[in-house]
Ligand binder design. Structure first.
Ligand SMILES: Cc1ncc(COP(=O)(O)O)c(C=O)c1O
Length: 395
C-alpha cells in the first residue's frame, strides 16, 4: 500500500515558487500549466517538514554549525544507495550545485580558458562559463534516434585542438536523461587525466535512477577519475527541497582539494545554512521510502507519456530517460521553427515547458517536459498537446 499521495494536486501559487509565480516573467503569461523548471509538484516527505517545524519553533535563529550527524547522513546515504565511499574531510557544503560549478570555474581556471560541455545540456553550464569570461568548448552528444551517446572521438579532438582546462560533465545527463556507463566514464577520465583537465561532475540527478538502474559516480570509475574529479550532488532534486539550497561537493584527491577547500573556507563559501542542513539530514535519514515511491510514480508517468504519444500524437516522440523526471520530447517531424513550436505549446496547448534550444542549438525541435506532477495534470497536458498538434497538422 502506498504511504504517500502523489496524485494530490497542491496549489503552489503564492508560495514564491519559480515554476508558478515566475510564469509571467519567463513565459509572459500565467494562464498555462507549468511543466518546466525541474522541481516536483509533490508534497515532501513529512519527516522533513516536521524537522524544520521543530527547529523553527525555537525562537532564536542565531549563527549555527552543522552537526556531525548532518555530514554522516550524506556519507551513509551515498554508501548505501550508490556504494560511493566518502571520507569526512573530502566533503564540503556548497550553496547550490550551479554555484559549486561557478566556484570551481573561478578557482581552477582563468579568463579565456576553455571548458568542455556536451550539449544539449543543462543551460547554466554555458552561462557560468561565458559569464566568467571563459571559453565554451563544445563536444555535442550524438543522437541515435532513440537516445544519445557521448562522442568520445570528438572529445579527444577538442582536447587536442582547444587545450581546455576543465570539463563539466552531467551524470546523469539533463535534459536527455542518460546515466553514462562505466566504460564511457573511464574513457573520459583517461583522456582528461592525460591532458590535466579537471572534471566537474554534476550528479544532482544521481539519486533519481529509474527502473532499478544504478547510478555510477564518475569519481568511482578509475584512479584517473579519482585524481581529477570534483563531484557535486544534493538532496534537492532527490527529495524536492531545492528551495532549501543544501548541496555538497566531494573532492577525493588531496592535492586537488587542499587549496580549493582552503579558498572555500576563508571566503565562507562552504558555510552550511541552518535550515538546509536540518532539511537535508531529515531527508537522508527518513526519506528513503518516500523517494522509492516517488520514483515508482514518476516511472509510471513516463510510461504513460510514451504510450499516450505513440497512440495519439504520431510524430511526437518521447526520448525515454534512464534517470529523473524530465522527458526530452522530439517534435522535429512537425517541421516547425523553434519559435512556432514554443508558440504552439504555449498558446494552443497552454503549457509552459522548457524550450529545447535553451540547452544548445542541438535542442532545436525539442521540448523538455517535467513529469514530476500528479497524473491527472499530465493527462490534461497530453490531451492539450494532442489537440494542438492535430490542429497544426490540419491547418
Ligand atoms: C544538472 C543540473 N544541475 C544543477 C541544477 C540546479 O542545482 P542548484 O539549484 O543546486 O544549483 C539542476 C536543476 O535543474 C540540474 O538539472
Amino acid at each position: 500500500m502506498s504511504k504517500y499521495d502523489f496524485d494530490c494536486v497542491i496549489d503552489r501559487h503564492g508560495t514564491y515558487a519559480t515554476k508558478y509565480d515566475g510564469l509571467d516573467q519567463m513565459f509572459g503569461r500565467h494562464d498555462v500549466t507549468p511543466l518546466w523548471i525541474a522541481d516536483l509538484d509533490f508534497a515532501v516527505c513529512p519527516d522533513i517538514t516536521a524537522a524544520l517545524r521543530r527547529r523553527i519553533e525555537h525562537p532564536v535563529l542565531g549563527y549555527s554549525a552543522a552537526p556531525e550527524s548532518y555530514w554522516q547522513s550524506i556519507i551513509d546515504w551515498q554508501k548505501r544507495r550508490h556504494g560511493f565511499i566518502i571520507e569526512r574531510d573530502e566533503i564540503s557544503f556548497v550553496p547550490g550545485v550551479v554555484k559549486g560549478i561557478g566556484l570551481a570555474v573561478n578557482y581552477f581556471t582563468s579568463r579565456g580558458d576553455g571548458i568542455i560541455i556536451q550539449p544539449p545540456v543543462y543551460h547554466p553550464f554555458r552561462m557560468v562559463i561565458e559569464g566568467n569570461e571563459r571559453r565554451v568548448v563544445e563536444n555535442p552528444l550524438i543522437f541515435e534516434g532513440d537516445s544519445y551517446r557521448m562522442d568520445l572521438e570528438g572529445l579527444q579532438q577538442v582536447i587536442d585542438r582547444e587545450h581546455p582546462r576543465m570539463m563539466i560533465l552531467c551524470n546523469p545527463h539533463n535534459p536527455v536523461g542518460i546515466q553514462w556507463d562505466a566504460d564511457t566514464l573511464r574513457e573520459v577520465a583517461r583522456m582528461c587525466a592525460r591532458a590535466n583537465i579537471i572534471v566537474v561532475s554534476d550528479e544532482i540527478h544521481g539519486d533519481l535512477m529509474l527502473g532499478g538502474r544504478k547510478h555510477i559516480p564518475f569519481v568511482s570509475v578509475s584512479d584517473d577519475a579519482r585524481r581529477i574529479a570534483i563531484t557535486l550532488g544534493a538532496p534537492s532534486k532527490t527529495f524536492n527541497i531545492p528551495g532549501l539550497v543544501s548541496s555538497w561537493m566531494v573532492v577525493k584527491d588531496p592535492d586537488l582539494r587542499r587549496g580549493f577547500y582552503h579558498w572555500l573556507e576563508v571566503n565562507e563559501f562552504n558555510a552550511p545554512v541552518l535550515i538546509s542542513t536540518i532539511g537535508a539530514e531529515a531527508a537522508y535519514l527518513h526519506g528513503e521510502d518516500w523517494l522509492d515511491e516517488m520514483l515508482a510514480y514518476v516511472a509510471e508517468n513516463i510510461k504513460f507519456v510514451d504510450a499516450y504519444l505513440r497512440d495519439n500524437v504520431p510524430g511526437v516522440k518521447a526520448i525515454m530517460p534512464q534517470a529523473s523526471f524530465l522527458i526530452w520530447l522530439d517534435f522535429r517531424s512537425l517541421g516547425l521553427s523553434q519559435e512556432q513550436l514554443m508558440r504552439l505549446m504555449l498558446e494552443k496547448a497552454h503549457l509552459a515547458m522548457n524550450d529545447g534550444s535553451m540547452f544548445g542549438s542541438q535542442g532545436v525541435g525539442f521540448v523538455r517536459l517535467n513529469v514530476g506532477t500528479p497524473r491527472c495534470v499530465l493527462e490534461k497536458a497530453l490531451e492539450n498537446i494532442k489537440l494542438a498538434v492535430t490542429e497544426q497538422l490540419e491547418a
